[in-house]
Design a protein around this ligand. Sequence first.
Ligand code: PLP
Length: 381
Amino acid sequence: MGDRDSIGSGPAPLDASKLKVTLSETLKPLQPIETLRFGQSFSDHMIVANYDPETGWSAPEVKPHGPITLDPACSCFQYGGNVFEGMKAYLGPDGKARLFRPDMNMRRLERSCGRLALPPIDGDVVLELIKCLVDLERRWIPKESGYSLYLRPTVIATRPGLGVIASDHAMLYILASPTGPYFQVLKPVSLLAVSDNVRAWPGGTGGHKIAGNYSPGFLPQQAATAKGYDQILWLFGDDRRITEAGAMNFFVVVKRDDGDGVDLITAPLDGTILPGVTRASCLALAGDPEFQKESSLRLHPREMVYTMSDLAKWSSEGKLLEALAIGTAVIIGPCNRIGHEGKDIVLPGAGMGPVGTALRKKILDIQEGRTEWKGWGVVCP
Ligand SMILES: *Cc1c(COP(=O)(O)O)cnc(C)c1O
C-alpha cells in the first residue's frame, strides 16, 4: 500500500496524460482501398489499459496491434463480459480528421460498462485516447469519400476465476481498422422479418452495446441467408412490432393522410432498441427546420410502436415510400423488400427515396467535414 501514489483517494482513474507510447518497429504497407473489407485489416497500433481493483487503471499504452495474453479463466471468456463501441474517423477536405458526435458513443460505453457491472470508466478520457490513436494513425484514413478509419473501443472483464460474479478486473483496448462503404455503394438489402427468434426483450440488454447481444443472432442470420435474404428484421411480441434490422436501427418513410409531407417512423427506445447515434441524428435532422428548408422536405420524425401489419397496410395503400437501415457502419442504406410469412413487401425505388438520400448526404457532409453542423463533427486531436 505504501508505494501507491493515490493513497486515500481510491483506485486510480483512467488518465490520458499518462499515455505511454511503444511504436511498432516496422509499419505495414497500406492496402489498396478496393480490397478493404469491413473489420478485416487493422492499423499499426492499438491502445491498451488495464484495471486492477487495488491500483485502478494502469497508464494507457500505445503498442503494436497484435495478440493479447489472458488467463483462460477470465470472466470475458466464461461469462461474456464484453462491451464495445463502433465509430469512424473521416478525413476532411481541410486534411483534418473528424469524429461524428463521439460524446454519444462515450456515454453509451459508460452505460454498457455499468450494465455489465464492469469497473467504472470515464468516457471523456477514452475519447482523449481515441483522438490520440486517430492522430497517430492518420495515414490509415483513406481520403476517398465514404471511406474512414473504423474505431472499436472494447472493454472486457478480465477477472481470472470461475466465480459467477461481477468482474473487478477489466481491460480497455482500442482498435483502428481502415474501412470502406459497409455494403457495396448503396446496394439495397433485403430483409426477412423474424419472430420465432428475438434479438431483445423488455428488461433485457438490447438497449446496450454488449457482445452477448450479437452471437445469438448468427444462427437466425444464417437461416435468413439460406432463404435468400441479406439481413433479419427483428420483430417482437404477439403483435409483431418492428424493432431493428440486423445490428442496425430501422426507419420507414410513410406518406401522411393529411398531405402534410411524410412521417419518418422508428421504434421508441423502450430498452429493446439500441440507441444509435445515427438514429438520433436522423430524428434530429428530420425535425430541424433548417434541414427541412435546405432539403425541401416536409418531415415528421416519429418514435412510435408499429407492427408488421402496419407495414403491410401502408404498403398496400401505396403509402410506404422508403425503408432504411441505419448505423455507423452503413450510415443509411435502403431495404428493397421485406419477407414475412412467405410473402414479400416490395419497396418502391428499391427502398431509397428523397428522404434517405437527403439524410445520407447531410450526415456524410458533416462526417467528412464539408459542412459545420451543431458541433457534430469533432476534430482530432
Ligand atoms: C451499433 C448498433 C446500432 C447503430 O448504432 P450507431 O450508434 O448509429 O452506430 C443499431 N443497432 C444495434 C443493435 C447496434 O449494435
